[in-house]
Design a protein around this ligand. Sequence first.
Ligand SMILES: *[C@@H]1O[C@H](CO)[C@@H](O)[C@H](O)[C@H]1NC(C)=O
Ligand SMILES: *[C@@H]1O[C@H](CO)[C@@H](O)[C@H](O)[C@H]1NC(C)=O
Ligand SMILES: *[C@@H]1O[C@H](CO)[C@@H](O)[C@H](O)[C@H]1NC(C)=O
Length: 566
Amino acid sequence: MGAGLSLNLGFGFALANQLPLRDKDRPNVVFVLTDDQDLHLDSLQYMPFVRKHLIEKGTSFNKHYCTTALCCPSRVTLWTGKVPHNTNVTDVNPPYGGYPKFVNQSLNDNYFPVWLQQAGYNTYYTGKLFNAHTVLNYNDPYPRGYTGSDFLLDPFTYEYLNSTFQRNQEAPRSHEGEYSTDVMAEKAYGFLNDAVRDLENRPFFLTVAPISPHANVHITAYSETNQMSVFTEPIPAKRHEHLFKDVKVPRTKNFNPDQVTIWGKLVARPAAAEPVNVDYNDHFYRQRLRSLQAVDELVDGLITRLEGYGILENTYFVYSSDNGYHIGQHRLQPGKTCGYEEDINVPLIIRGPGIAENQEADIVTSHTDLAPTFLELLGIPLQGDFDGSPIPLMAEELRSAENARREHVNVEFWGRAIGEGIYEPKPEYSLYYSVWCNNEHELYDMTVDPGQLHNLLAADGHPLESEALIAGRSISDVVSRLDALLFVLKSCKGRTCREPWKQLHPAGNVETLADALRSRYDEFYAEQASVSFEYCAAGYIVNAEGPMWETDSLMIRDGAPWYEWV
Ligand SMILES: *[C@@H]1O[C@H](CO)[C@@H](O)[C@H](O)[C@H]1NC(C)=O
Ligand SMILES: *[C@@H]1O[C@H](CO)[C@@H](O)[C@H](O)[C@H]1NC(C)=O
Ligand SMILES: *[C@@H]1O[C@H](CO)[C@@H](O)[C@H](O)[C@H]1NC(C)=O
């Protein structure tokens, strides 16, 4: 596993003091959730309707992160408000993940749409819900919590031209030859119509989850235990095939660089790409942009209809993606699952009543925050122990949160690749720190090395340059704090995830890395156990995870907190 942290400043959020509204006055939500859409490769620049209707009419959260860069675990986090190590849905397929694991973890009875229905909302969903939600298990049991649903099913979820959808309690239906996103758009418009007809009684929450710009996955063999598939670039709708002929992957410094410093023995460390490989990657990139055009039209179609129904002003429109994507950065072939910025920093745009237009927000937010954010936005009491907290959305709340909100994001991954990091945009530090399951370490100073090209640590975690300073402290002093923070985060739960420094400093006098870097804590941090793993496991296996933080083992001695292994 791995974890990444993003640092801004402090903690605190304002609870909107909402009075109970009559049902017909409660706001509606339309949520468009794309699949593998980047923030860093400029895809939003090529979506004119998203720009016009959402970016220019709403607030863009530039520091929004997924908590794991893989579809199914990320979606489970998004719909439960819990980090993957608390859902234990860590993969796309059983035994560690997928829809069957979601059901086995009792999450189907206790997740966002269920809470929303209980609070009097009509809930509609079309598109991809989770992976391993299939033509064989779709009714065993049905996903709970939906007034109306029309799900894409595996193994045909990622076939752009041969999708299978399954509506309410009906049998699955193939749409061979039709374009997946266009089929979904019609379904979404139908649900919107249903929702509007019942608006006198109930407000609605409609989610539309198209597969674009995910790779196309063509299935060559399928049974309950076996799936053979071929991944290729995404397929656009016919009408968009001709677009963007000259567009290429942005040539950032970390695109196909001369050197890579990533340690990952678990990530294939590729050679500098040959021209033919670069050409393919550029083609792959263009196919992503082309496939997103149907999503762009879908956004326009939804907005136009909301306007036509006269409810646009009372509807929040939210746009995000389950995780990000890299193509050629760090010499990596197209893909995700890593902890690097391209994979984890994703779009989040919100427009609606009270939300500032054409604004950018730089507070640190993550997918764990979305379920509590939606609940609070809709005036529904927060239930359960969330690992995230409501995102301040209104301009005034945002301003006061800028210096007060938590500064970290904890990013995890199990399986073939691992990432753990610490970011921090302003003012003095911006860091990425990770410990791989083979106990190799990486640290990047993102203020001077945003492309993550110069790892400051040897594999064993010792600084490569003893003289270098970060935030005025030696690298080993900084690492001792980051490692302790990570140690708490990697097994945190609820409040511990939200306020990790408080675990280390129960008196509450340390709330940021800058606080923790005070020299009076040097001795304390020198004594802490380090993050280390016993072995690389394909899932969240406690024995593989190495020493775990235990709140009970924290003790206060001589005014300084410390803990010991019990
Ligand atoms: C997570 O699920 C896997 C697969 O079922 C299981 O082996 C493992 O023990 C679980 N981990 C925890 C911490 O419960
Ligand atoms: C879910 O639980 C059932 C019964 O305990 C078990 O047979 C099945 O293998 C489990 N599936 C997963 C994905 O863990
Ligand atoms: C499309 O999907 C159906 C199953 O829904 C399958 O029978 C058919 O062979 C697929 N067509 C192609 C061209 O793959």
